[in-house]
Ligand binder design. Sequence first.
Ligand SMILES: [Zn+2]
Ligand SMILES: [Zn+2]
Length: 150
Amino acid sequence: MSETALSFTPEAILNRLRGDGLRITPGRRVILEVLFEAGKPLSLEEIKDLAAARGSRPDYATVFRLMTLLERLHLAHKVNLQRSCSYYELHDPKKHYDHIVCTSCGKVVVIDIPCPLGATEAHIAEHYGFGDLTHSLEFFGRCPECAKAA
Ligand SMILES: [Zn+2]
Ligand SMILES: [Zn+2]
């Protein structure tokens, strides 16, 4: 199955991982479910805690290894939230991921209005002769709730 034909479901990703020689344990399945339901970037610690809330107890190394593999297969990516630990989110090749991050409470919102950089990206690609350009864009500010509380 080619990468573009991959439908982005937990089952499809598990099949892909199986194809890569990974044994699919119940723990790994739970981690994927957690990532799918989050809909926002999660730290390894958060992934571990959310999996624990579902009765699975993956250790840190298990979560880290799975996220590293997902990243290598371009099924997940790291998001820069200007914090000391890494945040990961699943990467649906058909979707685009830019974020707004609240600097007070840490809330992360995936921006789903059309990307403001589409034309700029094409311009940069042309000007510098780069192909297959991608970008990651994070805005930082204060969310409506925190603004109200301030
Ligand atoms: Zn906030
Ligand atoms: Zn963008």
